[in-house]
Design a protein around this ligand. Structure first.
Ligand code: SF4
Length: 82
């Protein structure tokens, strides 16, 4: 489960977030590019290739797309507080 205490600073406010690569629990983003390649409207990469949420999904299909990324992330670096 993504560490909500280690959110990437660039996440836009809202339920969805990505965690920072310096997450002390070792669950931070490893810049694998899965999420921002598959759902570029909602996930973006920072200057180091680490992911953050650039737009919160609202439509059902968009939420489902983001859930797919949450399930696909190899290090549980995507979370949802909602
Ligand atoms: S899928 Fe996970 S590890 Fe890969 S870029 Fe996205 S948040 Fe980072």
């Amino acid at each position: 489960m993504a560490n909500k205490n280690a959110k990437h600073k660039k996440n836009v406010p809202g339920a969805w977030y990505c965690t920072s690569p310096d997450d002390e629990n070792g669950e931070g983003c490893i810049a694998c590019n899965v999420c921002y390649s598959a759902a570029p409207n909602f996930f973006a990469e920072d200057e180091n290739g680490n992911a953050y949420i650039k737009k919160q999904p609202t439509a059902h299909a968009d939420v489902e797309l983001c859930k797919e990324q949450l399930d696909s992330c190899p290090v549980s670096a995507i979370g949802n507080d909602g």
